[in-house]
Design a protein around this ligand. Structure first.
Ligand code: FA5
Ligand code: MG
Length: 435
């Protein structure tokens, strides 16, 4: 994508030089100042506090002010991402320069926190950045909470680590939610037992502690959401919570799982987790510690908790949104479901183009050009058609853009003007030819 980077950018008071890797648009740079997870009475901040309540101090320490700018080493290498991992591509990640980027996940801080070893467990909540599609559940900036818990073998009485972890598990509350598939089989090629570091019994105890902790976390959210719904409507009856575990893969955990929650007719992934790969603890100077880690999307949980239908609302400064959460932070009993204000009419416009001679155009680049022009007025963008001309071999694509403001009805003239600017920007930035 053709852009001329500014020579340097300043984020949270620190200045970074840019190079040909720079690809952060102004709207994303501006979002680095918002810190929604710390904004009083914001649904993201309220969600953070509900999740924190399940992981109490002093066992868990909270870190909520880490800077979003990290090194490629922190975000990828320290976690064992291979050099050719697709997540490293400029099409997926926002770079300031070749070795500095906006973190794509809170795991970027895992190594430093393991190294500090200030407490057996920690939580870190923060804004994270990814180039992605545009729709009602995707935004280039979202929020994650990462948690971890370790046990130091040297501190375990009698040296029986599995027994010590199970003793900690026995101290956790229980819950009555049925867990479908509590122990899905792990495939040893992707998720081997780390047999040079753990016995099977130790890994099983760590996994059991991990799963119970995370199940308690979603039970807490779900109980709060039900109470909020009943407060608004005493006759409200929600579907019972259903949870399941599925095998997953992360370069920094083994075995690994995702938790899914049944929602609106389907299974929704809410978090990734696993038993930490020992290499990360060894590199962090903690070879005697073993444990688990997880990462959860706060925006997704907040959307479920408050029934917020569109992720863009979290960025809105419209009082019809913000006023609905006032006072909740000091008193969770005041939590209510979000009452949507009127939805304005959608306006669909198509744009079809031939790819230029330079060839491939990444879908994320198309999304970003459109977001760059239309900002939060674009609700979603869908690729509706793609074909190769049989004679010339030229390739064509068609995208359908839905323009719909959260705050007002757009006029015809306004959407036409926006769409013209979108088309011009696609030509200029991506060198495509409008059909
Ligand atoms: C990760 O980011 C891992 N760092 C999680 C992890 C941490 C695994 C520690 C193991 C140990 P993933 O990309 O799947 O994994 O994202 C984790 C969660 O963030 C998802 O389950 C989802 O809840 C949320 N999430 C991911 N992408 C988006 C998005 N584009 N918009 C909103 N939420 C998202
Ligand atoms: Mg995932």
């Amino acid at each position: 994508m053709s852009t001329t980077p500014p020579p340097a950018v300043t984020i949270n008071g620190k200045t970074y030089h840019t190079d040909e890797w720079f690809n952060v648009p102004p709207g994303v740079l501006a979002a680095t100042t918002r810190k929604l997870h710390l904004q009083k009475d914001h649904p993201i901040s309220i969600t953070r506090q509900i999740l924190e309540s399940v992981f109490p101090p002093p066992t868990y320490r909270y870190h909520n002010t880490f800077d979003p700018v990290v090194t490629t080493h922190e975000n990828f290498d320290s976690l064992g991402f291979p050099p050719d991992h697709p997540g490293r591509a400029r099409s997926d990640t926002y770079y300031l320069n070749a070795t500095t980027l906006l973190r794509t996940h809170t795991s970027a801080h895992e190594s430093a926190l393991f190294r500090a070893a200030a407490s057996p467990g920690y939580l870190i909540s923060a804004d994270v950045y990814r180039r992605d599609d545009i729709d009602r559940s995707h935004y280039p900036v979202f929020h994650q909470m990462e948690g971890a818990r370790v046990w130091d073998r040297r501190l375990v009485p009698g040296g029986d680590l599995a027994a010590a972890v199970l003793a900690d598990l026995a101290l956790l509350p229980t819950h009555a939610v049925p867990v479908e598939d509590p122990n899905p089989p792990s495939h040893p090629d992707r998720n081997p037992l780390q047999s040079e570091h753990h016995t099977a019994a130790e890994a099983a105890a760590i996994a059991a502690h991990l799963k119970r902790s995370l199940e308690l976390m979603v039970v807490e959210v779900f109980t709060r959401a039900q109470a909020a719904a009943r407060a608004a409507d005493p006759a409200f009856v929600d579907e019972p919570l259903r949870v399941r575990w599925v095998e997953a893969y992360f370069p920094f955990t083994s075995p690994s799982w995702e938790m899914e929650v049944y929602y609106d007719g389907g299974w929704l992934e809410v978090l990734g987790c696993g038993v930490s790969r020992q290499g990360i603890l060894v590199d962090a100077g903690q070879p005697e510690s073993v444990g688990w880690a997880f990462g959860i999307g706060l925006d997704r949980i907040a959307m479920l908790l408050f029934q917020v239908p569109d992720i863009r609302l979290f960025w809105s400064r419209d009082a019809r949104f913000t006023s609905q959460f006032e006072g909740v932070e000091g008193d969770l009993g005041r939590l209510r479901r979000f009452v949507p204000f009127s939805r304005y009419p959608p306006c669909y416009k198509d744009v079809s183009f031939w790819l230029g001679k330079e060839g491939e155009v990444h879908g994320n680049d198309v999304m970003e050009v459109i977001r760059g022009v239309a900002g939060d007025v674009v609700e979603d963008v869908v690729l509706t058609d793609e074909f190769t001309h049989p004679k010339t071999g030229r390739r064509s694509r068609c995208y359908r853009v839905n323009y719909r403001s959260l705050e007002r009805t757009l006029t015809n003239d306004e959407t036409n003007e926006l769409h013209t600017r979108v088309r011009d920007a696609l030509v200029e930035r991506l060198r495509v030819e409008i059909r």
